[in-house]
Design a protein around this ligand. Structure first.
Ligand code: C5P
Length: 223
């Protein structure tokens, strides 16, 4: 039987990757498929939670039983996350949020000028949504979970990121050319602010999602 250990809880999950527009036809984006975030949403529904899924550019059909909010950019994702987090017991930031966005948006399509070298592309920093949620904790006792994709020194970099972000749990994925992004399966280690370290063997993203909820449940606020 499925554990209903998230019954009566509201959880917020972000999934996918933000797109930061340059003009009406172009954007800066990333390769996040959204599969891990959708697996987190599905497993939370199965465990009895009320789920708000904030979806960014996945092209995936809305999962059954979740309230889905569609967003495009990092700023839209932040607004949706802060709104949904106001009464959430847990927030899991699985989305790949662009660190930077173009400093200006051109109302018309940017033209190439045959005679000229391309000009520089000015960027500005996007807000760090995970850091904001983790440090502000919009709801009392809320559990905040982040994801990190690292290519080297996975554990040391993960520990440092967990501290910097201020979250309770950080799911660290080792990424490489053929690892994790867009794949059906992944391997990870879940680091906890209290020192815990849970390795998750290579396997379906659903299994990693269930491990995340297994670690969230004992940290939830007393109802
Ligand atoms: O700093 P880095 O991008 O590696 O951190 C990844 C984690 O932080 C993910 O959980 C991602 O959703 C979150 N993040 C965020 N806002 C940003 C950048 C990342 O919430 N601007």
């Amino acid at each position: 039987a499925l554990p209903a250990d998230l019954a009566g809880r509201h959880v917020v999950v972000s999934a996918g990757g933000t797109r930061e527009p340059l003009d009406p036809v172009r954007f800066l984006g990333n390769r996040s498929s959204g599969k891990q975030g959708f697996a987190l949403a599905r497993t939370a529904v199965a465990r009895g939670a009320r789920v708000t899924l904030i979806e960014a550019n996945t092209g995936l059909p809305d999962p059954a039983g979740a309230d889905v909010v569609h967003v495009g950019t990092a700023l839209e994702l932040r607004d949706a996350a802060l709104k949904a987090a106001a009464d959430a017991d847990a927030v899991v930031m699985a989305a790949a949020v662009a660190d930077f966005r173009p400093a200006a948006y051109a109302q018309g399509k940017i033209k190439k000028r045959d005679d000229a070298e391309p000009g520089p592309l000015a960027l500005v920093r996007n807000p760090d949504i995970l850091h904001q949620l983790a440090t502000e904790r919009p709801a009392q006792g809320q559990v905040v979970v982040g994801f990190a994709a690292e290519t080297d020194d996975v554990l040391a970099n993960g520990r440092a990121k967990l501290r910097r972000k201020g979250c309770d749990l950080l799911v660290v994925n080792e990424v490489g050319e053929h690892k994790t992004f867009g794949a059906e399966e992944s391997e990870a280690v879940v680091l906890a602010a209290d020192g815990g370290e849970t390795p998750v063997p290579y396997g379906p993203k659903e299994a990693l999602a269930d491990t995340v909820w297994d670690l969230v449940v004992p940290r939830l606020p007393v109802p």
